[in-house]
Write a protein that binds this ligand. Structure first.
Ligand code: MN
Length: 737
């Protein structure tokens, strides 16, 4: 039993409640405070015996979620009330009817939505996707459901430290897989960055700490640099009578990490570690002119990089983001990104959807594509009755893409994801135009349907009444809308082919004097090695299976025997394969401990990330290959943890001495005679590791090599890498998966 000071705790709860009220005050209308108090009391009473994993009173959680809604998303009273009550129906015996009676239908609908989606990732994978779809469907009712859900998740991520390790991994991965992209799509940049940073903190703690330390170390240098960089700009802006503030902010830990990883460079080589932001006070009518005026001042002092100008003022991004970005050369020869925007734009950038709403109400200006986006998601959900996981992947795909701006022949602007084709554009205009598309004219030139569109293209779609969508088309489109429509059409076509096929099979069996029943069909399916009976009908219907070949099915029994043998053969192969891996681990290998009970379990190391002892790892129960061990930083980890969380198990290394693991090294250097010899000497002589392969490439004096070798642990590998980098001429040694 933990001893708690009840009186102290009560005081702390009230303190937090008052803080919430204080922050909400500017948005409260008469009577709102009473309404919030009522919700607080209900929540306090309902959760009174509950504690969070950290040992804190449960009520802290709904209070914090409500505070995030007000302070970081900019929501109002209804959302505060819903946030305070968000776990009440799920965790206590309060029913939705009780909520409706006490707080009205609006709050009830939101709580209902929140309760329905609470289990999004709790079950099997298809269940998760289905729930995710439901969650998006609630968008059409009330987008506040999603916003409160994001606030809920943000608080859970902030307090993840007290969760057990496997939960941390699972919750972090879900967050990265779903909530961060959603926050991004809704324009909640600050929250999105924080979620990403927290994800990194819990999945790759060492790297995270390393980057944070380095950001802190370079702080005083950075501040000095920023000060001298902005000085002339500040002076000139003041001289011209602008009211403004300037911030110099380091980029998020995660975005720095991403740059390092993508470009394979150390922290020191990430050049744009921070961005300068100039925020103007400006009237709505003169915003655009003011921003460009400031741009002109900035580029009077520093030369801009013409490739890095981004004008999201004339054409805002589809999540509502408006800003003018340029990258300029500083006096010290360093590129610096400068973001120019007004107060209004800044608030939208930080708070996203809610702020957009606020400004839309007051100014009537609505050129953000967000409303369009919600309409589009809704229509997609309504039309799509296919595979939910597919849908989810399509949807996520769209979340991450950058956009291209193109025009219709009449000059209407359409925003499509980067990589969109003429066919995507056709489906964007109308389903029928998409389905009948035979080609397009881009800027008056005839192009095929898979032509990728570029910013500023003017596109006219050519159609024919004879055209039909085919499977190939799926490779020519990137938008969820086009994919869903093509799949719909294919499904329709497939349905009728299946019906045709079924009839043909029925007739054929009758001729052969065999019964048309599920048993026969099952045997036929197996005979033709197809996954489903429908697949079989379909092929018959399409004519890819000749109806006469059904006759040879009579010899089925003979075939079956042969096949049985083949399967046995295969199993034999697989077990010898497993043996091989075991022998690689060495005869008296130390074990990888898996599960709470420390049982020794057979495992395979995943080929996608080649984990070695010392790496942070987890086990994944595969369908056919037993348990596979992946690094938590494996490119597949995200998908596995979030979609199949129930198959993930804890794993850790025990002390290892004798086992050798495959690792890959990439080395770069200046070529000289005898370099390879020295490299291999380090590897084979000095450390007695086993090299499996080495490939080298030398071009214009630059030497690049890839080495695969067996090592014992990360420590061992680090030591080896260190020794290699000492070799004369070697510039860089890095590990790859
Ligand atoms: Mn919650």
């Amino acid at each position: 039993m933990i001893q708690v000071d009840v009186e102290e705790e009560r005081k702390e709860i009230l303190k937090r409640y008052r803080r919430l009220l204080r922050h909400a005050k500017p948005v409260l209308k008469p009577g709102d405070a009473k309404f919030i108090k009522q919700a607080f009391n209900v929540s306090l009473e309902a959760h009174k015996d509950m504690r969070r994993k950290s040992g804190e009173p449960y009520i802290y959680h709904p209070l914090e979620v409500a505070l995030i809604c007000v302070e970081e998303i900019g929501l109002g009273t209804t959302s505060i009330v819903a946030a305070l009550l968000h776990d009440v129906v799920e965790d206590t015996d309060w029913e939705l009817e009780d909520i409706e009676r006490e707080f009205g239908p609006k709050v009830m609908t939101i709580i209902d939505g929140l309760t329905k989606i609470s289990g999004v990732f709790e079950y099997g994978s298809s269940q998760q996707a289905e729930n995710f779809r439901k969650m998006l469907l609630t968008l059409s009712d009330d987008v506040r459901v999603i916003l409160i859900k994001i606030a809920d998740r943000l608080n859970n991520m902030r307090t993840l430290g007290s969760m057990p390790r496997h939960k941390q991994l699972k919750i972090s991965s879900e967050t990265m897989y779903l909530y961060a992209p959603l926050a991004h799509r809704l324009g909640l940049y600050a929250i999105k960055s924080e979620l990403e940073d927290l994800y990194l903190k819990y999945t790759d703690t060492d790297t995270y700490k390393d980057i944070v330390d380095k950001i802190n170390e370079s702080k005083s240098y950075r501040n000095k640099f920023i000060k001298s960089f902005i000085q002339p700009i500040e002076e000139e802006l003041t001289r011209q009578g602008f009211k403004f503030s300037i911030k110099g902010r380091p980029k998020s830990v995660y975005s720095i990490y991403n740059k390092m990883k993508k470009q394979g460079i150390p922290f020191e080589e990430v050049y744009d570690l921070f961005a300068i932001r100039i925020i103007l006070e400006s009237e709505l009518e003169s915003e655009k002119a003011d921003c460009w005026q400031v741009y002109s001042i900035v580029t009077d002092f520093y030369k801009p990089n013409p490739d890095r100008l981004r004008d999201w003022i004339s054409t805002p991004r589809s999540n509502g983001y408006e800003s003018l970005h340029t990258t300029v050369m500083s006096n010290t020869g360093q590129w610096v990104e400068v973001q120019i925007r007004t107060d209004r734009m800044d608030e939208i950038a930080e708070r996203g959807y809610a702020a957009h709403w606020k400004y839309k109400d007051s100014s009537g200006k609505s050129n953000s594509g967000l409303d369009d986006w919600i309409t589009q998601v809704r229509s997609m959900l309504e039309s799509n009755d296919g595979n939910a996981i597919e849908f989810m992947d399509d949807f996520r795909g769209n979340l991450f893409h950058e956009e291209v701006f193109v025009f219709t022949p009449k000059g209407d602007l359409k925003v499509l994801p980067f990589g969109a084709s003429a066919l995507d554009f056709a489906f964007e205009i109308h389903t029928e135009i998409g389905a009948r598309c035979i080609g397009a004219k881009v800027n008056q030139k005839l192009v095929p349907i898979n032509q990728k569109l570029k910013n500023g293209d003017q596109v006219e779609i050519l159609t024919s009444s004879k055209q039909r969508p085919n499977e190939d088309w799926l490779n020519s489109v990137v938008t969820s809308r086009a994919k869903a429509k093509i799949k719909d059409a294919l499904r329709e076509e497939k349905k009728s082919a299946i019906l045709d096929g079924r009839e043909i099979v029925q007739r054929k069996l009758k001729q052969m004097k065999m019964d048309f029943n599920s048993e026969t069909i099952e045997k036929l399916r197996a005979y033709f090695e197809l996954k489903t009976a429908n697949e079989f009908y379909y092929r018959v219907g399409k004519g890819t299976i000749d109806p006469t070949s059904i006759k040879s099915f009579k010899d089925f029994k003979e075939n079956q025997k042969l096949k049985h043998k083949a399967i046995q053969e295969k199993v034999k192969d697989e077990s010898s394969f497993t043996k091989e891996i075991k022998s690689l681990k060495g005869p008296d290998h130390d074990q990888l401990l898996i599960g709470e009970d420390m049982d020794v379990v057979d495992y395979i190391l995943a080929k996608c990330c080649n984990p070695i002892p010392g790496d942070d790892v987890f086990g994944f129960v595969t369908v056919n290959e037993g348990i596979k061990i992946h690094r938590t930083s494996c490119p597949n980890a995200l998908e596995l943890l979030s979609n199949h969380g129930n198959r993930v198990i804890k794993a850790r290394w025990t002390s290892q001495k004798e086992i050798a693991f495959l690792a890959g090294l990439h080395i770069v250097g200046t070529d000289r005679v005898g370099l390879i010899n020295d490299v291999t000497k380090v590897i084979s002589n000095e450390l007695k590791v086993n090299m499996r392969s080495i490939t080298v490439d030398s071009d214009a004096g630059i030497f690049e090599g890839t080495i695969k070798l067996y090592v014992h642990s990360t420590e061992h590998l680090d030591k080896l890498m260190n020794n290699l980098s000492q070799v004369e001429g070697i510039i860089k040694v890095s590990r790859f998966d």
